[in-house]
Design a protein around this ligand. Structure first.
Ligand code: C2E
Ligand code: MG
Ligand code: MG
Length: 820
């Protein structure tokens, strides 16, 4: 039995007044619908079991204390119900919410009747209750979701509609309508063509037709000022057939605007990237070029950005290490601004660029990326270098200017101070330069200054400096000079160079210069003083008739000149063979026979006649000329000796002197060997004389050399013995054959007891070392007697003959050899 049938039955029962009380009582008690009666005040008169069960009461007695009004959740509802009953007599289907005994709520459908007495006023109410909870709660849920849907429809800027199969609009609603100034329902009943035709509706109509054909379709509607993204679907009837279309259009005006703005800004940035004059690029850390613009390719000399992208970013740096260093800084600072870098163009040319780079770290899965810009600043750098150059150089000649000169001079002085060498400063002023300007014009003057600058530069060494410090004034700087003579030589060279004619503008121009020289440390301890003193010396050179040089200190000047002249003459003398060898005999003390000759060098000076070695050997030593000179003497003397031997003079020794420089020369042994081989003189005939001080200077080297000579069969004598500070212990280790006692001891041998004692001791010492003893400078018979007495082996001196040319000594040799 359904609920609605039972209800109708019960209503029927109540409508009739029963006659059979028992039958009705059973009905009253058995019917599954709550039946009751109450007084108008609410006292419950009767209630059947279904009623009790519905409201959770065990029996009627439990209801005794309950007023019907209290059963209502809302007392107002009871009053309303009561009023209707009074008015209408019967109220059907009144839905009311009641409270059960346990406090829980139930929805009930109530039908009631007001029963009136004979006087006509209501005596009580009779009614029935049906539990309606399930239905009511379902309805409530439905209402709630409908309310939510309504909120949604009211707030989302969209339009919803349905049509029938003819595409007539059945319903049309949604907050989106307000955006185009329409009310809900505005289109109801209209054909879709009529509606969308207003707004260029063809895509809409096509979409609706497709929906009718069972497809989903989307289209965009521009409905000024709004735009909508629409979506339509087929609308299915209960049987599944398509009965129309359901559609929704979402107002996307704001979103479209935002998207358009985004696209526009992307476009702007793209243009900024593409058309930027600066190179813009993105690379990975390992140098893959992800993106770059045309400017980037152009700056780096690539035909296109595609070509550049095929390279590695490291390739564009002057050297790959530059990028590594750059990356190390970037990883530390994240962002580098305006860093100047040397980059390499595709053709290998180097350019300067300024770079700004940011390191974008990536979000864990993406690798880090470098974003950077680069601007070619090569021209700016070049200009800067030019400006820098101009700050330190003379514009006309491109020579260093005074500022650079002073800087270099200060450095040279500091260096020379440490190295204990000389620095020379020369102040040059062209003689009568004004005349050139006045007569030939300033442009010719400029040409001449340039030519002089060039000539000065080409006549100096690489590390010397030529500076132009104004007008026709030049300054030369010579760091690290070995001696003053060198400065004088350079000054002469410069004078000669300038004096050569200058071929300018089709004519030969002649000019001379006056030079003042100052030397560090003698003429000043600092750059300013040196320059000032060189200037002063230059004025003296002008006073002394121009076209000459003057040293700052006149004494230095004179000595420098003399030495220089001598040196030049010495060189020339060697070339012109102005040297001679004189020979002096060495005599055996016992037999008075000549046993040896000493070769002694002489210079036949064209003006000064025969010059003794003491006047030129020291300078020859200083300038190393002594090495070729000594070699010449050796060969000459050996050749002479062979000649004498061939002439029958047998058993003679030849003594040849060695200078300090020769002794230090690594080639000495070989050149002696060569001389012997060349002349075929037996080595046993040759005795080399080394002086004591020189031998001691580098004793170890000397020992080695002497051993070598010994092995060759050449004898060695220690010359001038007693004048140097011999360590006697060395005498033992030197493989010597003879000691020559210096003539200063021999001179006063018969007058000075000290000298007498010394000579005696030396002879004894030499003999104990198994050395031959020779006494030099023997001039008197007394000296000879004494020397013989002390046991000296050989003597040499004017008593037996002075040094003389070969042909002059020959008779003596013949006589003495014969023992005459
Ligand atoms: P020395 O090797 O000690 O030569 C002896 C010097 O004493 C010679 O001077 C000689 O003329 C001088 N003399 C000899 N007997 C007497 C005398 O009785 N009285 C006085 N007062 N003097 C005497 P000389 O020829 O002027 O040579 C001087 C020095 O020059 C030599 O001293 C030698 O050290 C050096 N010398 C000469 N020729 C050469 C050479 O070819 N090469 C090298 N390296 N040095 C040489
Ligand atoms: Mg000698
Ligand atoms: Mg000597």
């Amino acid at each position: 039995m359904t609920m609605s049938r039972s209800l109708t039955e019960a209503e029927g029962i109540l409508a009739t007044t029963g006659t059979d009380a028992g039958r009705y009582r059973r009905l009253f008690e058995g019917v599954p619908v709550g039946l009751y009666s109450t007084t108008p005040a609410g006292a419950i008169l009767e209630a059947n079991p279904a009623f009790l069960q519905m409201l959770g009461y065990p029996d009627v007695a439990a209801l005794a204390a309950v007023n019907a009004v209290d059963l209502y959740v809302d007392p107002e509802a009871r009053r309303h119900w009561q009023a209707r009953l009074e008015r209408e007599g019967i109220v059907r289907g009144f839905v009311v919410q009641l409270r059960r005994r346990d406090g829980s709520l139930l929805w009930a459908r109530s039908t009631g009747r007001a029963v009136r007495g004979p006087e006509g006023h209501v005596t009580h109410y009779e009614g029935m209750l049906e539990d309606n909870t399930e239905r009511c709660e379902g309805k409530q849920a439905l209402e709630d979701s409908a309310a939510r849907l309504r909120v949604f429809l009211e707030q989302v800027p969209a339009v919803f509609w349905t049509t029938d199969r003819m595409l007539r609009i059945l319903s049309c609603d949604g907050a989106g309508l307000a955006g185009v100034g329409l009310r809900p329902g505005a289109f109801t009943g209209k054909h879709i063509e009529e509606v969308t035709g207003w707004v260029d509706g063809w895509p809409a109509i096509a979409a609706h037709r497709r929906a009718l054909a069972g497809e989903s379709a989307a289209y965009v509607v521009e409905w000024p000022p709004r735009s909508f993204h629409s979506h339509v679907e087929p609308l299915h009837g209960p049987g599944g057939d398509i009965i129309g279309v359901v559609g929704m259009a979402l107002d996307t005006t704001e979103r479209d605007r935002a998207m358009a703005a985004l696209a526009a800004s992307e476009q702007r940035y793209r243009l900024l990237f593409e058309r930027n004059l600066a190179g813009v690029y993105r690379t990975t850390l390992d140098g893959r070029i992800l993106d770059c613009n045309d400017a980037c390719a152009r700056i780096l000399g690539y035909a296109s950005r595609e070509e550049l992208r095929r390279c590695n970013a490291s390739d564009v740096y002057a050297c790959p290490e530059d990028r590594k260093a750059f990356l190390a800084r970037l990883e530390e600072q994240r962002c580098l601004e305006a860093v100047e870098m040397r980059l390499r163009r595709r053709d290998g040319a180097l350019i300067w660029a300024v770079e700004s780079v940011t390191l974008l770290q990536g979000d864990g899965c993406e690798e880090p990326v470098l974003e950077g810009t680069l601007i070619d600043i090569t021209d700016r750098k070049r200009a800067e270098a030019q400006i820098e150059f101009q700050a330190y150089h003379d514009v006309l000649t491109s020579l260093p200017n005074r500022a650079l000169l002073m800087d270099r001079l200060a450095q040279a002085v500091a260096h020379a101070h440490r190295r204990r060498c000389l620095v020379a400063v020369m102040f040059l002023d062209l003689d009568h330069f004004k005349l050139v300007n006045d007569t030939l014009g300033h442009s010719m003057g400029d040409l001449l200054l340039r030519a002089v600058a060039q000539r000065l530069q080409s006549s100096l060494r690489e590390h010397d400096t030529v500076a132009r410090i104004g007008g026709d004034e030049f300054t030369l700087l010579f760091p690290e000079l070995p001696g003053a003579a060198e400065a004088v030589r350079m000054a002469q060279k410069v004078l000669e160079a300038v004096a050569q004619p200058f071929a300018l503008g089709g004519q030969d121009l002649f000019i001379t210069t006056s030079i003042g020289i100052s030397l560090y440390p003698a003429d000043g301890a600092d750059a300013e003083t040196l320059l000032k003193n060189a200037d002063g010396a230059m004025y003296r050179a002008k006073e002394l008739g121009r076209n000459n040089y003057q040293l700052c200190a006149p004494e230095t000047s004179r000595r420098g000149l003399e030495r220089l002249t001598l040196e030049r003459h010495l060189r020339r003398a060697l070339e012109r063979e102005e040297f001679l060898v004189y020979y002096q005999p060495l005599v055996d003390v016992e037999t008075c026979r000549v046993v040896a000759v000493e070769a002694l060098l002489r210079w036949r000076h064209p003006d000064r006649g025969i010059v003794e070695p003491e006047a030129f050997i020291p300078l020859a030593e200083e300038t190393r000329l002594v090495v070729p000179l000594g070699d010449w003497v050796l060969r000459r003397a050996c050749a002479q000796m062979v000649q004498w031997q061939q002439a029958g003079l047998q058993g003679l020794r030849l003594a040849v002197n060695l200078s300090a420089r020769q002794l230090q020369h690594p080639d000495l042994a070989r050149s002696i060997e060569r001389a012997l081989a060349l002349t075929r003189l037996p080595p046993g005939c040759l005795e080399m004389e080394i002086t004591e001080s020189v031998a001691m200077h580098n004793a170890e080297w000397t020992v080695d050399l002497l051993r070598l000579l010994r092995r060759m069969g050449v004898r060695v004598a220690l010359d001038d013995f007693g004048t140097g500070q011999s360590a006697l212990s060395y005498l033992k280790s030197f493989p010597l054959s003879a000691l020559k006692i210096d003539r200063s001891f021999v001179q006063d041998i018969t007058l000075d007891p000290d000298d007498e004692a010394i000579v005696r001791a030396v002879v004894a010492l030499a003999h104990s070392l198994k050395l031959h003893v020779v006494a030099e400078g023997v001039e008197t018979q007394e000296q000879l007697v004494f020397l013989r007495e002390v046991g000296c082996d050989e003597v040499q001196g004017f008593l037996f003959g002075p040094p003389q040319p070969a042909e002059e000594i020959l008779p003596l040799l013949r006589r003495r050899a014969a023992g005459a």
